[in-house]
Design a protein around this ligand. Sequence first.
Ligand code: FAD
Ligand code: NAI
Length: 467
Amino acid sequence: MKYDLTIIGSGPGGYVAAIRAGQLGLKTALIERYSTLGGTCLNVGCIPSKALLDSSEHYHNAAEKFALHGIQIKDLAVDMPQMIKRKNEVVDQTCQGVAFLMKKNKVDVYHGHGSFVDQHTIKITKDDGSSEQIETDKTIIATGSKPITPAAFNYDKKRVITSTEALNIDKVPKRMVVIGGGVIGLELGSVFARLGTEVEVVEYLDSIIPTMDKDCGKELMRALKKLGVKFHLSHKVVDVQATSRSVTVKVQKRDSEDTFELKADYCLVAIGRQAYTANLGLENIGVVTDDRGRVEVNSHLETNVPGIYAIGDVIQGAMLAHKAEEEGIFVVETIAGQQPHINYNLIPGVVYTWPEVAAVGQTEEQLKAAGIPYKSGKFPFKALGRARASTDTEGMVKVLAHADTDEILGVHMVGPRTADMIAEAVALMEFRASAEDAARMSHAHPTYTEAFKEAALAATADRALHI
Ligand code: FAD
Ligand code: NAI
């Protein structure tokens, strides 16, 4: 077979690229080594983690909040196998949806491991060892990433686990140690803490979600401590030993020789992910990777080999599904002769804890480091009627605007439904709105979005109304 475009990897980068290629009339092949489509995001990432976050949030609300609302529940219990079953059903439906979309857009799907024979020939090796080859004019590498598991942590997939295994634990653990206070550690740590697990997070740096605005980390940590999560900031794990039933995690204070041990049922390793290019045959065509194993690309997302592109987690930048999607569309439209554009500064980041954390643009720390003069306006959710009505008063919205022009440079939110609220900030910033523009737009009352309007008012002229 001969294709205009072959895409290796069916995650949100690869399958969205395939849809766009189908729409633009390119004869397209999609190669996926696993039996289902959708990649990390649909199978063992975004979708299953959000399904468990929702289930555990329902339980937590029933246990902790319903009584306040005047609702009494007797014999409340967690049915973990059912929770996992529902999660699996959500995943199955979503993955089947992608298979349907491939058919709809006339994309040929090949299941097997793709590798480069030469610049225009891809070999597909199936699980049974058999293989076939296809010819292609252009190729997109969309092979994603896998968790980082240092040897000292003795990752065994049973007691020392990554997010992949954590999504299938079917009995509520008594204790769990989480290595890494980043997105995965805090989202999955929240799932288990809500279900009653004693969760302890060991984070190497001096704040959680360290790449986000410092205020977000502080607000979230306060909320998670209330949930019972314990934190060891500025600490690193130096050794993990597991038996068939438990783990012992040796923790060392940063800049000190002091160590102590934590015992738990599970140790969740969540210290980041690395680009996945194993057995891809990059060496056969001379595609260059960087010192972290990521495929190097230019501003058109093309590698050093003409006609070979790369997108998503396998290249530099945020490891986010929507970033991978945008890049998939960008490459296909470029191949089709269009002139697409991605504004990397306006890719929002979200942490689906409760309260949710959502941000776009520059942090206060980045603005300070770059010497950009800025104004800051903050508004706490506890001053909002909507938040009091739903008892979701934790968190705040912070708007950062240029001191001279008033252009919004960054928006950082911790609070109820901020994952959805951030879209307004993205839209305004795409159109280079000022804080005053945001402040003068009517926001429905009562809604959580009024916190954004109030923070914009505070930023533009220090004149928030309800505080
Ligand atoms: P992937 O989704 O990793 O897909 C790559 C695919 O390529 C895989 O299916 C793999 O099997 C296949 N593949 C690899 N090599 C080959 C080969 N040689 N031949 C054939 N197939 C191959 N991001 C968000 O934006 N929001 C979230 O809420 C979110 N939650 C997450 C939760 C968890 C627990 C995890 C682990 C990640 C989460 N992410 C989230 C990150 C998100 O999953 C990734 O950024 C996204 O999946 C990257 O998409 P991708 O297309 O680059 O690669
Ligand atoms: P991460 O990069 O978000 O967090 C890793 C954390 O571990 C960092 O805070 C880091 O300082 C810390 N760390 C690193 N080495 C350590 C060590 N030896 N000891 C203690 N702490 C250490 O990575 P994470 O959470 O594994 O997630 C991987 C990727 O998946 C992220 O880049 C994220 O973009 C993506 N993801 C996105 C989600 C979302 O958008 N909601 C949800 C889950 C994952």
